[in-house]
Ligand binder design. Structure first.
Ligand code: URA
Length: 430
């Protein structure tokens, strides 16, 4: 069956529902180049305004899966688990969670992405480890998981070709933050990557694509149902991204925070947050562990050992971790201190993520180079009490830190006399 793209754009513009054949057709023809970017971007905008039914989203996901290769991980023994976050600021969860779960003998085979705009990406953080190689063939990926129980690599070009093209297009046409397109983008990659079970971290708040818990719930439900419909055990956790996660925002400093956590350090809240996610991932693989048992693997070096095994298998130099310091090696640094006493009520993730990007830690466009040493270390988090002059954050950059940038940080920071207690995990969707 052949269609005219203009008719399909018009159909969606007028609120129509696509058949499986129509969806298969526009995805196939977009990947071959027969449907040009300008028509695909018009369609994405029509979807943005008119939405898609659950059925259409499922067809779109599977059409995207079919647009590339699918990895077959059956050679690896056991239930393979994967994890995906819809993005955030200071999100170093994978760096800690993947080795922690692998330290219980559950194989973790994960493909990660790069950061863009105010959000960071696991691949960039890993590449700040000297020598670390994020590229592997399918065989290399499988062999590493068989040998070490863990691999975190870059999204293979061969998988979900439609998403590579479509995501880049959505990024420049203001059509990223729409549930059916996010759900199909995430789940097509997870399904094609071949793991049996998937933990989804659906971030919500100022620094996330989903600004309200209601929307996050719909996205989580859509993705969990998509995963289950193709036989993948899937659970979603809705997590708070109204402030950055943890203390470090950047690349090399996030590796430091991850390594410290893997050495049993860090705040009780952060350790607990990671342990709860690990408990869900282990449970997906059929292993029931208590939070205390999981924390033991952070304290006794078992999770760190797995992290080092992965770094070595991917040509990184783990001796770099012997000299890790919280301080970053940059030309310019600036300390932000409290100008009034009270409680930190807000540290807006979006604003702080944008400041980190402008310091050099992120990319405004895909072509930008990242400065691994640039970033922000927070000394206080939402809920902490401060006195005048207390250190709140240190900014690091190899570019002069301008007054405009400091004003932007200031806008993201709210101190009042109200004591607030934010929750990290808002809800679990099964
Ligand atoms: N992450 C993805 O992989 N895709 C989206 O569309 C949004 C976040």
């Amino acid at each position: 069956m052949s269609y005219r793209m203009v008719d399909l754009i018009q159909k969606k513009r007028d609120g129509g529902q696509f058949s499986k054949e129509e969806i298969d057709w526009f995805i196939e023809n977009y990947v071959t180049g027969a449907v040009p970017d300008y028509q695909m971007s018009a369609l994405a905008m029509a979807i943005y305004f008119k939405g898609m039914t659950t059925e259409e989203t499922a067809h779109l996901t599977m059409a995207m899966v079919a647009s590339g290769k699918q990895f077959d991980l059956s050679e690896i023994d056991g239930i393979k688990v994967d994890k995906h976050s819809t993005g955030g600021v200071g999100d170093k969860v994978t760096l800690i969670l993947a080795p922690l779960v692998a330290s219980f003998g559950v194989p973790v085979a994960k493909m990660s992405g790069r950061g863009l705009g105010h959000t960071g990406g696991t691949l960039d953080k890993l590449e700040s480890i000297p020598g670390f190689n994020i590229e592997k063939t399918e065989d290399g990926f499988i062999d590493q998981v068989k040998a070490t129980g863990i691999a975190v690599i870059g999204q293979s070009d061969e998988l979900v070709k439609a998403d590579k093209l479509l995501y880049a297009l959505r990024d420049v046409t203001a059509t990223v933050d729409i549930i059916p397109l996010i759900a199909s983008s995430v789940m097509s990659k997870k399904i094609a990557a071949g793991s049996n079970a998937i933990l989804l971290d659906v971030t919500v708040g100022d620094g996330a694509f989903m600004k309200s818990v209601e929307d996050a719930r719909i996205l989580a439900r859509t993705m969990v149902d998509l995963g289950k419909s193709v036989g993948r055990e899937t659970v979603a956790v809705i997590t708070n991204m109204s402030q950055p996660l943890g203390l470090a925002i950047g690349n090399r400093n996030e590796i430091t925070e991850a390594v410290n956590t893997l050495h049993g350090k860090g705040s009780t809240e952060f350790r607990h947050f990671i342990a709860e996610l690990a408990q869900l991932m282990l449970s997906l693989a059929g292993l029931e562990k208590s939070i205390d048992e999981i924390l033991t693997h952070l304290d006794n070096g078992a999770a760190y050992e797995k992290f080092v095994a992965m770094v070595e298998a991917q040509e990184g130099d783990p001796t770099a971790f012997d000299q890790l310091t919280a301080d970053l090696n940059v030309a310019y640094r600036h300390e932000i201190r409290a100008e009034k006493a009270g409680y930190i009520t807000e540290e807006k993730a979006l604003g702080i993520g944008l400041v980190a990007m402008k310091l050099g830690a992120g990319r405004a466009t895909k072509a930008d180079q990242i400065d691994f040493e640039a970033g922000i270390n927070l000394a206080k988090k939402v809920g902490d009490q401060v006195a005048v002059g207390d250190l709140i954050a240190t900014l690091y950059s190899n570019r002069p830190i301008t007054d405009d940038l400091l004003a932007e940080f200031d806008d993201a920071l709210v101190i009042t006399d109200k004591e607030v207690h934010p929750k990290e995990i808002i809800e679990i969707v099964r």
